[in-house]
Design a protein around this ligand. Structure first.
Ligand code: CO8
Length: 250
């Protein structure tokens, strides 16, 4: 929690606390939300805190929940006293995916004409930093929701996965794209094609591997670019001619 507060404190504009009390009252007004808990936290009440709260369905993302989430995010975005937002679930589940029961009988026409999922990506367009605090299942849309956040803070019991293939469908909210960037193409493909889950530790390890892969790509490009310099030609020529190179920084 200290990390979250520090982040928010850094981003909070000085003197922006005047309306904190009335805004706190607004958030704590019971009954506003059915599927999420919303409040302001931190020493200075400058952290917007949203907890997914459908425990019986492992926080499955139904349309109502996503509408409420968008509403809460909009409120924190507009609130000048909030510096950062934390999105979390429970110990058992961050979110076990989009609500399968709600999707079960949808037709192609309904999805296409109604632009299903159109409003589900509000998290990714929020300008304030959003931190996903993940434990338990982060599957399908749950994994995608976490990846839409700016930072993922994962607990030991966190399990990430894109099991849509086991339901005869594919990720629908950026999973194939963001997962590739988060854990690399190879592991992302394995996860999307098998539905297998990974732990927080494995996700972190793969992120390092991606960094190494990216570094290797950059290195290769820089290596290529040395072939545009006179000094590279001179260095190799000098070796072949068995003499000392006469570099000119060109
Ligand atoms: N949707 C609806 N209900 C769910 C979901 C879900 N995704 N996940 C769990 N539940 C419900 C179960 O039906 C069960 O309810 P009930 O008691 O009424 O039968 C309750 O939650 C508890 O679940 P389990 O009894 O299955 O609990 P287990 O501990 O045995 O298993 C699992 C937990 C492994 C998480 C299991 O529930 C599971 O596999 N869930 C489905 C995971 C999944 O396939 N997720 C992907 C869904 S598709 C998707 O997300 C498409 C993404 C679209 C974009 C979204 C953008 C944000």
């Amino acid at each position: 929690m200290a990390l979250f507060c520090r982040t928010a404190a850094l981003l909070l504009k000085p003197g922006a606390l005047s309306s904190t009390l009335s805004v706190a009252r607004q958030y704590s007004a019971g009954g506003q939300y059915e599927y999420i808990l919303v409040e302001k936290r931190g020493e200075n009440q400058d952290v917007g805190y949203i907890q997914l709260n459908r425990p019986k369905a492992l926080n499955a993302l139904c349309d109502g929940l996503m509408l409420e989430l968008g509403k809460a995010l909009d409120a924190f975005e507009a609130d000048g006293t909030v510096g950062a937002i934390v999105l979390t679930g429970s110990d058992r589940a961050f979110a076990a995916g989009a609500d399968i029961k709600e999707m079960q009988n949808r037709t192609f026409q309904e999805c296409y004409a109604g632009n299903f999922l159109a409003h589900w990506n509000r998290v990714s367009t929020i300008r304030k930093p959003v931190i996903a605090a993940v434990n338990g299942f982060a599957l399908g849309g749950g994994c995608e929701l976490a990846m839409m956040c700016d930072i993922i803070f994962a607990g030991e019991k966190a399990q990430f996965g894109q099991p849509e293939i086991l339901l005869g469908t594919i990720p629908g909210a950026g999973g194939t794209q963001r997962l590739t960037r988060a854990v690399g193409k190879s592991l992302a493909m394995e996860m999307v094609l098998t539905g297998d889950r990974i732990t927080a530790q494995e996700a972190k390890q793969s992120a390092y591997e991606l960094t190494l892969a990216e570094g290797n790509r950059l290195e290769k490009r820089l290596f290529h670019s040395t072939f545009a310099t006179e000094d590279r030609k001179e260095g190799m020529t000098a070796f072949v001619e068995k003499r000392k190179a006469n570099f000119k920084d060109q």
